[in-house]
Unconditional design. Structure first.
Length: 217
């Protein structure tokens, strides 16, 4: 079930990589700030591409991110659902849960924080959410980016940097020296072999499985 989704407090920095990590991806020595502006922009693009690949939901105002944010969701209940599929996962704090205008306490709900699944319970029984609005306010995402996510972001940053130095559409190059130099370049038409159509190549996408959301109609 789709919800009305709002970012209440956006991440101070939505980037998955620190400037030190971006410098390392670029092969710079520690403390070399000569390319910081370029690398900061690259970090923002890499993080946005990964958020897209992981289907991180945004509110149309703030950049979707896997970093920690305070969010609010409103589900219009029909009185037949027993699980709320929250838009964000890796939940660190469940601030408020309201059911049809009534605030619930912690013992009224059961949360799978990593999966982002919220159930209405009574003791050991699972209940159906009452008809009306179910309001959930929570904090989700990472304050400290986990190593496997950093690794995937570093791989993508290195790839983007290498693409800046070479033409990824170049299939082959032939140079003739005699009289005047002649250069013939063959380019790929359509998808590049071994690449994906999305913003993140398949071999990096495979490392993001733990962080990917499943679209819920």
């Amino acid at each position: 079930m789709r919800s009305t989704f709002t970012v209440v407090t956006p991440a101070a920095d939505p980037s998955l990589l620190t400037i030190e990590q971006l410098r390392a991806a670029a092969g710079l020595v520690a403390g070399d700030a000569s390319r910081d502006a370029e690398l900061t922009e690259l970090g923002a693009r890499v993080s946005a591409d990964i958020a897209t690949a992981c289907q991180i939901r945004g509110d149309g105002v703030h950049v979707p991110t896997l970093r920690s944010e305070e969010v609010r969701e409103v589900f219009r209940q029909r009185g037949c659902d027993d699980v709320l599929f929250l838009a964000r996962r890796f939940i660190s704090d469940l601030t408020l849960v309201e059911e049809a205008g009534t605030a619930l306490i912690a013992d009224d709900t059961d949360l799978d924080a990593e999966a982002g699944l919220l159930q209405r319970i009574s003791g050991t029984r699972t209940l159906t959410w009452l008809r009306g609005d179910a309001v959930v306010e929570y904090t989700a995402g990472f304050e400290t980016v986990p190593p496997d996510l950093v690794g995937a972001a570093m791989d993508l940053a290195r790839l983007r940097l290498s693409e800046g130095a070479t033409d990824p559409l170049e299939k082959g190059r032939q140079v003739e020296i005699p009289d005047v130099e002649t250069v013939r370049i063959d380019r790929w038409v359509g998808a590049i072999p071994g690449s994906s159509s999305g913003p993140v190549p398949d071999h990096i996408t495979a490392k993001l499985g733990r962080f990917m959301n499943v679209a819920i109609a």
